[in-house]
Design a protein around this ligand. Structure first.
Ligand SMILES: N[C@@H](CCC(=O)N[C@@H](CS)C(=O)NCC(=O)O)C(=O)O
Length: 212
């Protein structure tokens, strides 16, 4: 009998959210690297955990969770952490940004990450110039929204770190290779500097082999 959870991850964008939160909270988690390059995530055993064939997946006793936002929430609730606010109003505010990240911002910034980080890493051919240009324009539009919101604020919701910050900023550790122009948005850049000062933000992955 163990009360430790198991987090299946790879060193990629969405698992990064779950790994950061687990390490930030010092959650009782054992980490299992899934080798995406070898297609481990498409094998029947892994699809038994997540029929989508994607990481991250968290196993907590007989509960199996996929979707990085739900996993972050589960880890925060298990730890009694205000990364997921206890009050309804705060939770709705955080959910607003989780939705914005999932449906508006990360599909754009995530395309820049895919084109400039994942493609070369997995040898997936040339950058798709049209996709890159469209995503670059839309990423700037999203950064402008963030810039307005963050002017005069320290974090996205209230003045403490929440899951909103983790989800919205998850591409920023790759800003340089992905060409995400943070420096043009001073309030966003300052917020990013506050995140970078957090232990594990830039280094959330556990020290296990075969992480890709
Ligand atoms: N909505 C899912 C997306 C998960 C996802 O796309 N994971 C990627 C890694 S960042 C993956 O497993 N890709 C492998 C594939 O699609 O074959 C979440 O947030 O957990």
């Amino acid at each position: 009998m163990t009360d430790r959870m198991v987090l299946h991850y790879a060193e990629t964008l969405m698992p990064r959210k779950a790994c950061f939160v687990a390490r930030h909270l010092r959650s009782p988690v054992d980490y299992r690297a899934v080798d995406l390059g070898r297609g481990e995530h498409k094998a029947p055993a892994f699809r038994g955990l997540n029929p989508n064939g994607k990481v991250p997946v968290l196993v907590d006793g007989d509960r199996v969770l996929w979707e990085s936002d739900a996993i972050m929430m589960h880890l925060a609730l298990a730890a009694g952490s205000d990364l997921w606010p206890a009050d309804g109003r705060g939770a709705v505010e955080v959910q607003r940004w989780l939705s914005w990240a999932a449906h508006e911002f990360n599909p754009q910034a995530g395309t820049l990450y895919f084109e400039h980080v994942i493609r070369p890493h997995f040898g997936m051919g040339e950058v798709d110039a049209a996709a890159d240009a469209a995503a670059r324009k839309r990423t700037r539009a999203g950064l402008a929204v963030l810039e307005r919101h963050l002017s005069g604020r320290t974090m996205l919701v209230g003045d403490r770190l929440t899951l909103a910050d983790v989800a919205v900023a998850i591409t920023f550790p790759y800003a340089a290779p992905a060409g995400i122009p943070l420096a043009d948005y001073p309030a966003v850049a300052n917020w990013n500097a506050r995140l970078e000062a957090l232990p594990f933000w830039l280094d959330p992955f556990p020290d296990t082999a075969a992480a890709h």
